[in-house]
Design a protein around this ligand. Sequence first.
Ligand SMILES: NC(=O)c1ccc[n+]([C@@H]2O[C@H](COP(=O)([O-])OP(=O)(O)OC[C@H]3O[C@@H](n4cnc5c(N)ncnc54)[C@H](OP(=O)(O)O)[C@@H]3O)[C@@H](O)[C@H]2O)c1
Length: 280
Amino acid sequence: METYQLVNGVKIPKLGFGTWKLEEGDEAYNSVRAALDAGYTHIDTAQVYGNEPSVGRAIQDSGIAREDLFVTTKVWNDKETYQATLDSMEESLEKLQMDYVDLVLIHWPNPLPLREDRQWVKRNAEVWKALEELYKEGKVKAIGVSNFMERHFDALLETATITPMVNQILLAPGADLPELVKYYMDQDVLIQAYSPLGSGEMLDKEEIQAVAQDVDRTVPQVAIRWSLEHDYNPLPRSRNKDHIVSNFQVFDFELSQSQMERLDAMEPAKEQPDPDHRPF
Ligand SMILES: NC(=O)c1ccc[n+]([C@@H]2O[C@H](COP(=O)([O-])OP(=O)(O)OC[C@H]3O[C@@H](n4cnc5c(N)ncnc54)[C@H](OP(=O)(O)O)[C@@H]3O)[C@@H](O)[C@H]2O)c1
């Protein structure tokens, strides 16, 4: 598996496997096992997905050495303090049956109850301080954020002693955010592309179907390849074994500049939500 290198030298596999909506129990377990069997070495979960136990069990049962895998989790909105973050990460490690995670992210920049008077600034500073400490202790190998717009990132940098190494945002053909991406890439922040298939809504878009036909590939393969060509770190999710296998076959073809331009310009299936207008 090809890797990117984070600013701290940690290597991260270029393709990850998403686990949002994979139900705790058989569904999450079987999907993650199928992904590991197919060759994925990078799994993206989150506290709020509720499936850390099955993700951990699937990894354990796969027999793959821990150091050969890259596992991400995310601290959810209900963790508002330094101590709550430390406690929740202990809980995540226990559920995952791991001594460390490779990457932990602040999942959302401005939880709804903390939106007034920008109370989220203090909350993020506290959560980040806890993540910095876990990083120094070696319980997490890298730390980052998700769904952060410039204003959230700048506010965090006012108190951070370590700059976030990753920002995970929604990026997919037609739903690119070149200015935001440039802002982060200029600061050596790796961009992870979530919902790279528009949560499945990309499949019936004519523009990408045409490119897929041109290169004799599936729409998901083209969408994932688009992400890789932009140097993003895509995290497709599937509960279907055949899809899991075929989504992994993205390292043996390329898209031309004109195909990339067509995909950049297409109608989006789904776009990055503005964190100020989400009901959580
Ligand atoms: N940080 C955040 O706030 C955030 C937000 C959203 C997502 N994420 C992360 O990003 C991951 C991916 O995003 P997502 O879950 O929104 O979905 P996605 O990967 O964009 O799309 C998943 C959908 O595409 C379908 N699909 C996948 N491969 C396919 C194939 N080869 N052929 C046909 N259909 C296919 C899946 O159905 P089947 O199961 O039938 O294949 C599923 O319905 C998440 O799981 C999560 O890890 C993070």
